[in-house]
Design a binder for this molecule. Sequence first.
Ligand code: CS2
Ligand code: MN
Length: 362
Amino acid sequence: MRMTFRWYGEGNDSVTLEQIKQIPGVEGLVWALHDLPAGVVWPVEKIQEIKDQADKYGFHLDVVESVNVHEDIKLGLPSREHYIENYKETIKNLATFDVKVICYNFMPIFDWTRTDLFKEMEDGSTALFYEKAKVDSMNPQDLIKQTTSSGFTMPGWEPERLAGIEKSFEAYKGMSEDQLWDNLQYFLEQILPICEQHDIKMAIHPDDPPWSVFGLPRIITSEKNVERLLSLSDSPSHNITLCSGSLGANPENDIPKIIRRFHDRIPFAHIRNVKIYENGDFIESSHRTQDGSVDIADVVKAYHENGFTGYARPDHGRHIWNEECRPGYGLYDRALGIMHLWGLWDAYENVKKGGDSHAINS
Ligand code: CS2
Ligand code: MN
């Protein structure tokens, strides 16, 4: 397991590289050019700037999250050709920096959806919260106003990106899940050969939450659909980012089982917990199994027993100790998450080596 940490870039993140460097076992940054809109080519000079910053701390940039897919590609419009060409150019540019994994998603219009970015928990910490009845009854414009009024935005919810939202909804009207699958397949058929040439793995992020919101089609939602996804292509470049918290918001998704089944197609693991309530609400709890609904100890076991050598990150965290940060992306709880994941990993490693505690260091 190769531990990484998501970083939004200088001036765009409350967490510094100096701080990340002090979290045990973090070897790389999960990064992106967050100021560029979906669909443009990522210029080499801009990638170089991040590379220079990462180099100072000895971090690799093997994993990009995300190169966002332009809406016209998801919609299957004729203009997708232009955006697919741009995507290919971006892949080639990333390859010159030795990038190994590109995370992306194929969710129409919205990235992850929550109703409360700072929901207070019993212990006084706050966390990202999803209230099902609210999403089911609210119109998306109101939700956008509410979640952006705090001064923070979630990635994918930037005001610029959401400006033309009514038009986007109009465009998706009547689109079936099968059409969205076709548009994903078309996109993959174009880009996977380029990825293969450059030894890059595409790793799609599951839908969050893993069900339809606001009547939009969503497809990366379940074990069955992960199977369908992976059957779209046998290319070694066609893979999944297994996000335990996204898929785990549906109690029918058995995350350790999904990992055991598809581990050789998971180059990138997002590991976090989520506590599900009976009415369909959920909150992002601490990483510990006992605090949420996903068996994180078994998630790590599933990776460990399959000799996972891919990249991992703690994904979101709660906001604790009065930290001011991007929703879900503070330093403290994600650092605690990393130590929890290492604790589990090292213990499984120790058991494998025969239970001699000194064996961990040998
Ligand atoms: C989120 C997403 O769960 C997550 O990892 O932070 O915004 C994620 O980065 C994208 O859906 C990946 O494209
Ligand atoms: Mn995730």
